[in-house]
Ligand binder design. Structure first.
Ligand code: PLP
Length: 461
């Protein structure tokens, strides 16, 4: 029997890639202040900046776009969206938002404030920013294995239940909620087991604190549970998702990830009073509760995406094709975070560039080198993203990673073979790479808009 796992789709329309030279890319880097977020998309050959909203929609999703009904209130698209969400996440209240961070802002704005502390396995950047924007403290409690890039472990996204219990014992009145991120994006796209979710819920129940899922990659997480957790092998992924949902009191979601859509998100909760407060905020900044910040057609695209994302053939291809990239890069001797995540491959920039200190941003040095060498846009997840505290001080992040995020259903195997080749080529010359310094930065979420300058040294002169 053939063992090659093929893309379970054919290509239906194509977008040309504009070829560029290394000289053109170097000029683009200078103009962008060495920040890959400041590049023009057309100057990128393979765009692995993010898997957020960058995937290809299916023909049925495009049909949904046509079906979209733009009634301001009570649109049929809304009812299709709500039903699709509640099939997987049967919470009492579903509140649509324009993307995940709006759901986070509304939920954390309703729950957290100065003096409070919000535990998460690992806060994603927008989750951390939205927590800190309320005046609260964001605490990461991933298991110790989750911070060891080279260590293989089936559920590196699990939360450290003992530390959670200790935090809740010491500071219960200050903790408005606990959040578990599935999969753990900032910790390498690593899954959280059902067993861990159930233990976290038990601790939350003992202390009377609500638990929320940051569920952006719920389907990939459920597929890992099916593949790796004892007793889960023969189950339908949709059932595993419902089991994950049952562990929590609500969720935030970016439909730009496992919603398979280009925009959208939602907040869902069981608590009637909390839902009421969230809807009041929603109307102020997002829109009426049956559309949030979305067009009716977006709601239909998401509803269809939620049906497709739990398809086993899709998930098998998705997770296998990401592992294929990680294996190729590891074979070339480049340190990658193990095991491969669901949506991304993470290069360990600290291990590859031991001569670049954290405050000279080894991840940024590697990411800009990948762009210059091969037009690949990746994303630093390290001290640029997480090194600046709200008080303005700077500290090394726990990990210096470069994330190659893989858009859903978008690139082919030869695109990925090219990526592996470029990474291997840059890594072969790693000792020539130099760090950077920041020349300007905003007070929060600096990685999006900071500007850099390469530090002196043979490679960058
Ligand atoms: C993308 C993401 C978010 C934020 O969602 P947006 O749609 O980008 O606003 C929150 N948490 C995690 C884990 C994410 O990956």
């Amino acid at each position: 029997m053939p063992t090659t796992i093929i893309e379970p789709f054919r290509i239906h329309s194509v977008e040309p890639i504009r070829m560029t030279t290394a000289e053109e890319r170097r000029a683009a880097l200078v103009a962008a202040g060495w920040n890959l977020f400041a590049l023009r998309g057309e100057d990128v050959l393979i765009d692995l900046l993010t898997d957020s909203g960058t995937g290809a929609m299916s023909s049925e999703q495009w049909a949904g776009i046509q079906r979209g009904d733009e009634s301001y209130a009570g649109s049929p698209s809304w009812f299709r969206f709500e039903a699709a969400v509640r099939t997987l996440f049967p919470y009492r209240h579903v509140i649509p938002t324009h993307q995940g961070r709006a759901a986070e802002r509304i939920l954390l704005g309703a729950l957290a404030g100065p003096g409070s502390v919000v535990p998460n396995n690992t806060h994603f950047d927008t989750t951390r920013a939205n927590t800190e924007a309320t005046g609260a403290e964001a605490v990461d409690l991933v298991i110790p294995e989750g911070l060891e890039p080279a260590l293989d472990h089936p559920f590196k996204g699990d939360m450290d239940v003992e530390r959670l219990d200790a935090l809740l014992t010491a500071r219960r009145p200050d903790v408005p909620c606990v959040i578990v991120t599935v999969t753990n994006n900032s910790g390498g796209g690593q899954p959280v087991s059902l067993a861990n979710l159930r233990e976290v819920r038990a601790v939350c129940d003992r202390h009377g604190v609500p638990l929320f899922l940051d569920a952006c990659r719920f389907a990939e997480n459920a597929w890992f549970i099916r593949e790796r957790e004892p007793g889960q092998q023969d189950r339908d992924v949709a059932d595993i998702v419902r089991d994950m949902a049952a562990c929590a009191h609500g969720m935030t979601m970016s439909a730009k990830k496992d919603g398979l859509a280009n925009i959208g998100g939602w907040l869902a909760v069981d608590d009637d009073e909390l839902a009421e407060r969230c809807r009041t905020q929603l109307i102020l900044t997002e829109g009426f509760p049956t559309y949030g910040g979305l067009a009716g057609r977006d709601l239909d695209a998401i509803a269809q995406g939620l049906r497709e994302v739990v398809d086993h053939d899709y998930l098998r291809y998705r997770v296998r094709s990401t592992a294929y990239v990680a294996e190729g890069i590891a074979r070339a001797g480049v340190p990658v975070l193990k095991p491969a995540g669901g949506h991304a491959v993470y290069l360990d920039a600290r291990a590859l560039l031991p001569h670049v200190p954290p405050l000279e941003y080894p991840g940024q040095a590697l990411a800009t080198a990948l762009y210059e060498a091969g037009g690949i846009r990746s994303c630093e997840i390290g001290t640029v993203m997480f090194g600046r505290r709200p008080d303005g001080s700077e500290h090394p992040a726990p990990l210096e990673l470069v994330r190659l995020a893989i858009p859903r259903r978008t690139y082919t195997q030869s695109h990925m073979d090219y990526v592996v080749e470029v990474v291997a080529e840059v890594a072969a010359d790693a000792e020539r790479l130099r760090g950077l310094r920041i020349t300007s930065e905003p007070p929060a979420l600096r990685h999006f808009t900071a500007r850099f300058e390469p530090l002196g040294g043979p490679a960058r002169d």
